[in-house]
Design a protein. Structure first.
Lengths: 246, 281
């Protein structure tokens, strides 16, 4: 079961090369920082949400959103390109390792990229939002969210038939989740019928859990749903890798 | 040893099914070089993909070194080396990093030493820190071969290994393949270069439209269709060929033809044209 490590190492070597290019750091930060300035420091300066200042409410949501987009996008995009264009995925399929090892390697690499982007947002949050603090529940939720969306990235990376297809999934999955799942405002502000639809999105439950200071019944439900999503996505991704055939 | 029986593979939905391999069977003895010859789209790459566990067949049985591919794919993957037609190296990693990751995936022991040997064998040790996207096509091809040999496979698959390379590099790669055979490896390669097949292969399979239409040694294939060829121009100036079994027969036939007649020994291209009615492109 050590077959996952070279896959993870490969991704980290590629990541390290990108990391030292200024453009990468900027692209990982730009969207959440724009949201932070627009909604946090601009629109929400004088707002209170759920009994706290808006910035303290917003930062965990941005951490959740950023971990989602980075874990998901890097895996989905890289896997799609490696499978269809660069053909480097063939090397993994032809190696004497099983589908779980490939899945774990890809997911851990996606998690590392998601965590890296999230740490940048957390650092900014600690600087600009005086009431924002790091809790063990936030870290657990962050890890779970990165894992879950890296798994989803594998699924999308394996089923898309062209690189353009990944944008379609972005538009139908990631974009609605970013705005409707409680990143910028509580889901309870949405119309009742939409709230039920939004409850299907995993990020909705991440946003519930990541803002908890203690694990209450609502938090436990959110945690259970996230774990269920994570297991389902992991097994589905592993299955798609196992069934891969050119 | 490679044993393939009744291999069938199709692509696409039922209404527009494309039969890439149609009941293909062949046997490659241990320590020999087997060449699969055919035009583009004949099924050569599909055969390699199935044998290297990249593609699942619809039907058929593939046994490599006595192991059934469908029963124990991981055991097969430990024994084989693959040089794909398309470059699937990590272009943003160095030559050394490419081999390191590959070696780790295949659990190669004494990896740094093996990487050095593999890179030296293809004269790339000095370029080990260079990223692959700075390599020429020939260097990338050599690195692909070094990568395939890193695991010391017992069976080596090469899909169009010298496509697009200049003659000098091509001959260097032929030497690597010959060394592999001398080391006791079974080698299976696909090519549409006639001279490559003639120079390297102990056995030839000719595949067209997914079907194996001939399978024998190069000499026997030539004997089957005629060892001598008369090239001549017809009344409209078109180049024509007549194949004969003996030199005497060729001389007799040539006497009946007009000027511009040449007699030569047949080659595998003549065999291919005779069997398929088309030229290898």
């Amino acid at each position: 079961m050590t077959g996952w490590f070279p896959i993870f190492l490969r991704e980290m070597l590629l990541f390290k090369r990108k990391l030292f290019k200024l453009g990468y750091l900027f692209s990982a930060m730009v969207v959440p920082v724009i949201y932070l300035i627009t909604f946090g420091l601009g629109v929400g300066r004088s707002m209170q949400v759920q009994g706290t200042d808006y910035l303290t409410f917003l930062i965990p949501g941005l951490v959740a959103m950023s971990s989602m987009t980075n874990s998901y996008t890097w895996v989905a995009s890289a896997l799609n390109l490696n499978r269809l264009y660069f053909k480097t995925f063939q090397v993994l399929v032809q190696a004497p390792i099983n589908s779980f090892a490939i899945m774990i390697g890809e997911v851990l690499a996606g998690m590392a990229k998601g965590l890296f982007a999230s740490i940048l947002i957390i650092a900014v949050g600690l600087l600009v939002a005086p009431d924002f603090t790091l809790s063990w529940l936030l870290i657990l939720t962050l890890l779970l969210n990165c894992f879950l969306f890296a798994c989803l990235g594998v699924i999308v990376g394996m089923i898309t038939k062209s690189h353009e297809d990944t944008s379609t999934y972005n538009n139908f999955l990631i974009m609605p989740m970013s705005f409707f799942s409680g990143t910028f405002f509580p889901v309870s502000h949405m119309p009742k019928i939409l709230q039920e639809a939004i409850a299907v999105f995993p990020l909705t439950h991440t946003n519930i859990l990541i803002r908890k200071s203690m694990l209450d019944s609502e938090g436990l439900t959110a945690l259970a749903i996230l774990v269920a999503y994570a297991i389902t996505f992991f097994l589905l991704g592993s299955r798609l890798i196992r069934q891969y055939s050119e | 040893m490679i044993e393939v029986t009744g291999l069938t593979k199709s692509y696409g939905p039922a209404a527009h099914r494309f039969l890439a391999l149609d009941n293909v069977s062949f046997h490659v003895a241990s320590g020999t070089v087997f060449g699969l010859l055919g035009p583009n789209g004949a099924g050569k790459s599909t055969t390699i993909k199935v044998l290297t566990a990249l593609s699942r067949p619809d039907a058929g049985r593939c046994i490599i070194d006595g192991i059934d591919l469908s029963m124990a794919p991981l055991a097969i993957k430990k024994r084989i080396g693959v040089v794909p037609q398309e470059n699937n190296l990590d272009r943003e990693l160095s030559a050394y990093e490419n081999l390191m990751i590959y070696g780790m995936l295949h659990q190669v022991v004494n990896l740094p030493q093996k990487i050095q040997q593999a890179l030296e064998a293809v004269s790339l040790w000095e370029k080990r820190e260079t990223t692959v996207n700075h390599f020429s096509g020939g260097m990338q091809r050599r690195l692909l071969i070094a990568r395939a040999l890193l695991t010391e496979p017992t069976v080596l698959f090469l899909d169009e290994p010298t496509i697009g390379l200049d003659p000098q590099i091509r001959r260097q790669l032929w030497d690597v393949i010959r060394k592999s055979r001398r080391a006791g490896r079974t080698v299976m390669l696909t090519t549409h270069y006639i001279e490559e097949a003639e120079a390297l292969c102990d056995m030839i399979g000719i595949i067209a439209a997914g079907r194996m239409i001939a399978l024998d040694t190069p000499d026997n294939l030539k004997k089957t269709v005629g060892e001598y060829v008369i090239d001549f121009a017809d009344g409209d100036g078109n180049l024509c060929h007549i194949m004969t079994r003996t030199r005497e027969e060729a001389y007799e036939q040539a006497k009946t033809l007009s000027n511009g007649v040449t007699i030569r020994r047949s080659n595998l291209e003549d065999v291919f044209i005779k069997l398929t009615g088309e030229k290898i492109e």
